[in-house]
Design a protein around this ligand. Structure first.
Ligand code: SAM
Length: 240
C-alpha cells in the first residue's frame, strides 16, 4: 500500500465514490506525491467555505484559469500546459495513482501556473467565487450506469449549478464521453439547466474531434480500439 499523504483525510474519503487508492506506487511516483504535491495542492482551508476563494489568488500571474475535473493520469492537462502555457490550470483528481502519474509527468515543467486538488472537484468548485474560471473540462467521467447511482454522476443538475456559477460569462464547459447513454444524459442535464448554449449545429459537430482538441487520452484511445466512439460536447455559459 502506498504511503498516504496528510491531505488524504477521512472527511475527504467520504466525498468521493469509487477507488481512491490503487496499486502500490513506484519510487518516483511516491516522490512526486511527497515532494511536488505539497507545493501545488490547495488545502482543506482553501475550500472550507463556499464562494470565498478567488482561484486567481493561487497563482502569481493573473491569466485565464482552466479547470480539468477527473484528469485521470493527466495526459490532457499536461498537453494543455504544453500547448497553451499562458493560462493558469487547476486539476482535480481524487485517485492517488492518477495524481502521482500526472505530477511525475510534469516534474520538469514550470509549476507556477498549475495547482491541484486530490479530492472531490465539486467541493472545490463550490468554494470558488462567481465568474472565476474561463473553462471547465470533464473528459470521460465515470458513467455510473445503474439508475440508483445516477446521483453520483459528476455532471448532473446540482453540479451544473456550481460549474455555471464559477464560469465567466462566455466561458466554456467542454465534455466528452464514449458512453452513449451518458452523452445523452449530459446533454439533457446541461440543456435543462438553461444557462448553457450548446455549440453543436449538426451531428458531425459532436461526432468529430474538434480541430483544437489537445490530445486523445489513453482512456479515449482504448475505447476507440474497443469500437466505442467518443462524443464531444461543447457548451458556453450564457446568462439564465
Ligand atoms: C473514467 S476516468 C477518465 C480519466 C480522464 N479524464 C481520461 O479521459 O482519461 C474518470 C476520472 O474521474 C475521476 N473522478 C471521479 N469522481 C471524481 C470527483 N468527484 N472529482 C474529481 N474527479 C473525480 C476518477 O478518479 C477518474 O480518474
Amino acid at each position: 500500500m502506498s504511503k498516504i499523504p496528510k491531505a488524504f483525510t477521512d472527511s475527504a474519503k467520504r466525498r468521493v465514490y469509487g477507488r481512491r487508492l490503487g496499486r502500490p506506487m513506484g519510487q518516483t511516483r511516491q516522490a512526486a506525491i511527497d515532494d511536488i504535491l505539497p507545493k501545488l495542492t490547495l488545502v482543506e482551508d482553501d475550500v472550507a467555505v463556499e464562494r470565498t476563494l478567488n482561484p486567481q489568488s493561487l497563482f502569481a500571474k493573473p491569466q485565464d484559469i482552466v479547470l480539468e475535473i477527473g484528469f485521470g493520469n493527466g495526459e490532457h492537462l499536461k498537453a494543455m500546459m504544453e500547448q497553451k502555457p499562458n493560462r493558469n490550470y487547476i486539476g482535480a483528481e481524487p485517485f492517488i495513482n492518477g495524481m502521482s502519474a500526472f505530477l511525475k509527468s510534469i516534474a520538469d515543467m514550470p509549476h507556477n501556473n498549475i495547482r491541484v486538488w486530490m479530492d472531490d472537484a465539486v467541493t472545490m468548485v463550490r468554494a470558488f467565487n462567481d465568474e472565476s474560471l474561463s473553462a471547465i473540462y470533464i473528459l470521460n467521467p465515470d458513467p455510473w450506469p445503474k439508475s440508483k447511482h445516477h446521483k453520483r454522476r459528476i455532471v448532473r443538475h446540482e453540479t451544473l449549478i456550481e460549474y455555471h456559477r464559477a464560469l465567466k460569462a462566455g466561458g466554456d464547459l467542454i465534455m466528452a464521453t464514449d458512453v452513449d447513454d451518458l452523452a445523452e444524459w449530459m446533454v439533457t442535464e446541461t440543456m435543462n439547466h438553461g444557462g448553457f448554449e450548446w455549440q453543436a449545429e449538426r451531428s458531425k459537430d459532436w461526432q468529430t474531434i474538434p480541430s483544437d482538441w489537445f490530445i486523445t487520452t489513453r482512456y479515449a484511445a482504448k475505447g476507440e480500439a474497443a469500437g466505442r466512439k467518443e462524443t464531444y460536447l461543447l457548451f458556453k455559459k450564457v446568462l439564465n
